[in-house]
Design a protein around this ligand. Structure first.
Ligand SMILES: [Zn+2]
Length: 385
């Protein structure tokens, strides 16, 4: 039987039409596979091996990465038995001969004992003790709740703060001290009171009192105190209170976080030549443009936003590279001696507290601008605290 050309082509074309979408996909897949594959399997395998080998050789030459300094300093449970001195910078240094503030004093109680961060340069400890006594005697405070100071040998911390490394920074809670001795458990669990209203750009009149202002001003009045960091809403509240003289307002610096504690920072003490000072604060009270700019920034973050048009091109988000860990080699050489033969982490010095609470990782208590991290906004004066 003779088959005509038309009889052959027609069925083939029909079959092709039905199968095409799938077959196209298939061919596309194989194409993709082909382009991602190396030209020849043997060559590719050889190359891969070579790359692996050289990377291994490099790693072997380099050795394991150095232990982050925060692990080493976090393991120190007692201070370095050396002459007291602050070494390096507030956010990159360590502390020799630290003094521990008493867990309970005549006018204070130390919080979060499991963290073991009640250590500081003796001048800082004396300042906190005096502040507690002064506000109890003059400013309507029953006493102070003392937050983080430094680790026994200072240095970077496993959680929380970027600063507090050289024993010259202390966090003082804005929550009034209760009229009784808190248990260790309460010292771990008691939440600190935020001074902010719901708008997060002003203070809450239900919790913020003139006594809070007096406490902050009292801290700023000591000549050894170089800075007191507070939330911009708190600075604004101080500026708006006509009862307060603006002396020392220049030392009260607005900064991220710091709405339930103030951060008291001493200048470099005379006995610490290895201490790196911060730029001197200016003489301006900071009540005009400066605080207003901070408030405006926070309003941009927390205020209602106008509806934004859909972006036309979706740009894939690139994950920022994590900051390299501070190692012992990054710190002043003296910090090696301060660290000495620190024993590995032991049990908590506080017997009835099994574990430090997860709030330790709470960025709100750190010095990092948590809002910046969360909302992608950059403080124009970051670091200039
Ligand atoms: Zn602090």
């Amino acid at each position: 039987m003779k088959i005509g050309l038309r009889q052959v082509i027609l069925p083939i074309a029909l079959v092709a039409l039905v199968v095409m979408p799938g077959s196209r996909k298939l061919s596309a897949q194989t194409e993709a596979a082909a382009t991602t594959k190396a030209p020849t399997p043997t060559k590719a395998a050889g190359k891969k091996k070579l790359v692996k080998k050289s990377a291994k050789a490099k790693a072997a030459k380099k050795g394991p990465p150095p232990t982050p300094a925060k692990v080493l300093f976090g393991a120190a449970t007692v201070p370095a038995p050396l002459k007291a001195r602050a070494i390096g910078f507030y956010a990159k240094g360590c502390l020799a001969g630290a003094k521990g503030i008493a867990v309970d004093g005549p006018a204070w109680q130390v919080m979060r004992l499991s963290r073991n961060r009640r250590w500081g340069h003796p001048q800082l400890i004396a300042t906190v003790e005096r502040l507690a006594a002064d506000v109890k005697a003059h400013d309507g405070w029953n006493g102070l709740l003392v937050g983080d100071i430094s680790q026994p040998r200072g240095g970077p911390m496993l959680t929380g703060h970027a600063s507090h490394q050289i024993g010259l920074d202390a966090d003082i809670w804005l929550t009034p001290m209760p009229d009784r001795k808190l248990t260790n458990r309460e010292r771990e669990d008691l939440p600190a009171t935020s001074m902010l209203a719901a708008d997060r750009v002003s203070v809450n009149p239900e919790v913020w009192t003139e006594a809070h202002g007096k406490l902050i001003l009292r801290a700023a009045s000591y000549p050894q105190v170089e800075r007191v960091l507070v939330h911009p809403a708190i600075k604004k509240a101080l500026c708006e209170n006509k009862a307060f003289a603006r002396t020392n307002f220049n030392k009260i610096r607005p900064y991220w976080g710091h709405h339930y504690h103030m951060h008291v920072r001493l200048g470099c003490p005379k006995d610490s030549p290895g201490c790196t000072p911060q730029p001197v604060v200016g003489t301006e009270d900071g009540c005009g443009k400066e605080v207003d700019e901070w408030i405006a920034r926070f309003k941009r973050i927390y205020g209602p936003r106008p509806p934004q048009p859909e972006p036309k091109v979706v740009v894939p988000k690139v994950k920022p590279k994590p900051k390299p860990e501070i190692t012992l080699a990054d710190l002043p050489t003296e910090c090696k001696a301060v660290l000495g033969n620190t024993s590995p982490p032991g049990p908590s010095p506080v017997s009835d507290v099994a574990k430090p609470d997860p709030e330790m990782a709470d960025t709100a208590e750190s010095d990092e601008p948590e809002d910046k991290a969360a909302k992608g906004d950059k403080p124009a004066v970051a670091g200039k605290k």
